[in-house]
Design a protein around this ligand. Structure first.
Ligand code: FES
Length: 320
């Protein structure tokens, strides 16, 4: 949730993993082991400028440190460039989490599809699957060979486990053959994917068309088509932890109204896909417009993304 505590970490190693991709090893400011995590988890990184960005953990889950990998995105919102330029060894950063919205579910075997920097959560999953002796295959694509990160480690993992590694780059073999991958997925396999929105949308369409029985799980780094923006009447939001309340005007987001009282409230995408603003709902009926919560989570109404969510009751009480 938005006011969840952050902790200070120090960058103890920065390493080039591919063209434009640097991995950062983070250690607790006081040197104590960082809390454990499971494959698929991500961190909120509070950048020196105050912006918040999400990065999947891609190191060893039982390590005392955390490792994230950051692609410098020329067309991004500036967070990746800020990290590349400022998060050098010795720098301090604040983090929140880890949290996991992309858990590795039990299956007999796994098919992984990664596009570009989408390899990061899948790398941790593959390590886990390989350690359990389960069969896996990875189809990993990027613009050029030198943009593919962690290929040496992936090759070693494939050699010492029941794994198959298929690397492709747009300039040599062309895009990932999604139809072939989906048609060829063995019975009982789960398909995990992470990468650009276009790849995930195409993959979901291919599964629906070619192999609807195949269980697909994916994580987006960018917004999916949003649900209609809030309209209707104003409503009140009570801030249970800090006291007081705010009125959310028609067309205004809850986040905007809350920020007037709590300027430090954390948020990032403001489009309902990153989870940074997730907040517990204590009373009232929220309207969910994010692309993160599952239908089951939505139905429970115990949590919401306040950057896009609305209210179906006269008032909401939030754990803020
Ligand atoms: S700020 Fe990203 S989900 Fe609300």
């Amino acid at each position: 949730m938005t006011t969840e505590q952050t902790r200070t970490v120090r960058v103890v190693q920065a390493r080039w993993e591919a063209d434009g991709v640097v991995s950062l090893r983070l250690r607790a400011g006081d040197g104590t082991p960082l809390p454990p995590w499971e494959p698929g988890a991500h961190l909120d990184l509070v950048l020196p400028s105050g912006s918040v960005r999400q990065y999947s953990l891609c190191g060893e889950p039982d390590s005392a440190d955390y490792t994230v990998a950051v692609l410098r995105e020329a067309a991004g919102r500036g967070g990746s460039a800020e990290l590349h330029d400022t998060a050098l060894v010795g720098r301090e950063l604040r983090i929140r989490g880890p949290r996991n919205r992309f858990e590795l579910e039990p299956a007999r075997r796994y098919v992984f599809v990664a596009g570009g920097i989408g390899i990061t959560p899948l790398l941790a999953m593959i390590r886990r699957v390989a350690a359990r002796g389960l069969p896996w295959e990875l189809h990993y694509g990027g613009r050029r060979r030198d943009t593919l990160a962690f290929t040496r480690e992936l090759t070693a993992l494939a050699e010492r486990s029941v794994g198959e590694l298929h690397l492709r780059s747009d300039d040599v073999e062309g895009p990932l053959p999604l139809t072939e991958i989906v048609r060829g997925a063995p019975a009982g396999a789960m398909l995990y994917a992470c990468g650009p929105g276009g790849l995930l949308t195409a993959l979901a369409g291919t599964v629906e068309r070619e192999n609807p029985a195949l269980a697909l799980r994916f994580e987006r780094f960018t917004a999916a088509p949003a649900e209609p923006a809030p309209g209707g009447a104003a409503f009140d939001v009570e801030l249970a932890r800090t006291g007081g309340s705010v009125t959310v005007q028609p067309g205004q987001s809850i986040l905007d109204a809350v920020r007037q009282k709590l300027p430090d409230v954390l948020y990032s995408c403001e489009e309902g896909f990153c989870g940074t603003c997730e907040t517990k709902v204590l009373e009232g009926e929220p309207v969910h417009r994010d692309t993160l919560l599952s239908p089951k989570e939505r139905a429970k109404n115990t949590t919401m993304m306040i950057c896009v969510g609305g209210c179906a009751s006269a008032r909401l009480v939030l754990d803020l």
